[in-house]
Write a protein that binds this ligand. Sequence first.
Ligand code: CP3
Length: 358
Amino acid sequence: MAITPLKNDRFLRALRREPVDHTPVWLMRQAGRYLPEYRETRKRAGSFLAMAKNPEIACEVTLQPLARFPLDAAILFSDILTIPDAMGLELYFVEGEGPKFRHPVRDAAAIAKLAVPDMETELRYVMDAVRVIRRELDGKVPLIGFSGSPWTLACYMVEGGGSKDYARIKAMAHNDPKALHALLSVNTDAVIAYLSAQRAAGAQALQVFDTWGGVLSPAMYREFSLPYLTRIARELPRGEGSERTPLILFGKGNATHLETLADSGAEGVGVDWLVELGEAARRTGGKVALQGNLDPATLYGSPDAIRTEVRRALDSYRDGNNGSRDGHVFNLGHGMSPDMNPDHVAALVDEVHAYSAR
Ligand code: CP3
């Protein structure tokens, strides 16, 4: 691929904890239903999956929030459930109910049949999307590739969809931990292959979403999520020095484990709003960059209220990081919702840049 130099690299510099002119910002689910242009494209394509499986449309949608807001990174438009779909579980969406699998895996026999999908055939549409987006971005901002965590993918694979109590997978953890470890192990191999392929296709940073790690007790998190996140951080090949592709481990409800995550080998840790950024910075002691952590519901407040909360989060980070704003990537603590107002996002992004200017 012809390499266009990056015009805006403050996101990558912040992940290396290098000085930047202002704190970079991007938002989880920045491309989505809160944007009228997204709803328009979705209507034309027919469905979310039709969009995600068409590299040109995935590219169009990835770029939509960047045309509106001066965001410092783009994130591949796709989903974490592409891996289990390619493993044969068959992903589909029911309007209003979220993602589902036609063939969930509920026992050791079903798990034993799972294999790592081939990245350039079964998941070629994802790699093609990365290639098209990199070309169209033309160095404007870095492109983030992503994957679900082994545990979070396993939640959907065992439950067959979203869940409120995780009863099936927690029952498996207690009654057949060997089977669950086999599932987490094949998922880890698949995640490493998937992120490596996205990097080879052009992704310039990688994020693992451990969205449901926080539903585990600390002891169960240390058995069923953390070791697999650590294996990804240690084994994922990603280059050296300023050429290194940074890896961010995002987790909802991961505050209990910040010290361990800081020692995992990842370059960045994403946190939700249940921990103060200043406390997170003190506890991670400069070993990693931190990403977060505004409560997404802040976007339901007025632009003035949003600006106040942005300043509070920026100052909290600085106070816990020896007076420096370096090493912080601003984000929400989780994804945006369809009923949020795009004008409020504009206020958020503007305040991050204006208030953090150095
Ligand atoms: O951040 C971005 O803009 C990039 C795209 C992205 C999507 N999903 C697009 C999407 C990313 C990074 C994801 C990750 C993802 N998908 C996670 C981890 C992060 C998180 O939000 O916790 C999870 C758990 C999923 C599984 C999933 N896919 C859910 C729960 C849903 C929402 C279902 C619903 O009806 O609300 C999806 C579908 C999905 N993925 C949408 C988008 C924009 C909505 C699709 C639509 O109906 O248009």
